[in-house]
Design a protein around this ligand. Sequence first.
Ligand SMILES: C[S@@+](CC[C@H](N)C(=O)[O-])C[C@H]1O[C@@H](n2cnc3c(N)ncnc32)[C@H](O)[C@@H]1O
Length: 256
Amino acid sequence: MSNFIKDFWEKQAITFKDSHSASWGDNYAIDLEIENISTHIKEGDVVLDVGCANGHATLAMLQKKPGKLYGVDYAENMILYANENKAKLADNQNVFFEVGDITNLQFEDDYFDVVFTTRVLINLPNWEEQIKGIEECIRITKPGGTIILSEAFWEPLVLLNSLRNLKGLPALVEHDFNRYLKKEKLERWLQQRQLVFSVEEFSSIYYLGSRFLRELVTNPSDYPGYTNPINKIFYDIEKSFSGGGFGIQQAYIIKK
Ligand SMILES: C[S@@+](CC[C@H](N)C(=O)[O-])C[C@H]1O[C@@H](n2cnc3c(N)ncnc32)[C@H](O)[C@@H]1O
């Protein structure tokens, strides 16, 4: 049976090659994700980026926190371009890309210091598969290590849409194949699993600017993609202050 979600990512890889757009056009949100995750990595850590696409974030992470970095993605074309991107770096002997599926990872138990996902679990078709993916990330992390789930969440989408509705803006919707995680469900599951975790909002102010104010005070069609200057202004503010619950992208930091 064909997997249309995987087919989509295979095509994205071919269309965008070494660009961050293979995973997402929003370069500011991607930067905020990378910045946030990098605060949980120590130099020398052995790290896995699960669902690494063409390695854009993995290689950026390597520059910030030199260590041993692995990236896996189930789309063969993504790994092809990740290896091409790696080859362009002079100091690349500590980074490894290979094909792998988050629901059945090829690594041994307790291997990594840090395992992270960015917008990967939302590609899995239901909560049962998403739990399977999370369990795999936990399995391969060392006791005392860290699992970071930097994903898109349902509750902030609802909050943002309530605000948009007040001003007559149309509701934002998930990509047709995405299944945003529910914070309440994930937190209940983590508590039942007796895992210690914290939540980091790193995109709330940015979302307020880029997914609300931008459409109220400028004509969105005047600026293609994410080039509206409001995005940059709120990206800059985000780095000094976040909060308010509007950030669809949030990170769950889990200790094993
Ligand atoms: C939205 S992109 C995010 C890519 C990357 N994490 C980033 O931050 O730029 C989602 C990626 O997850 C990959 N993916 C989706 N389902 C997967 C699975 N079951 N196992 C491994 N990778 C998967 C896709 O091929 C795609 O490259």
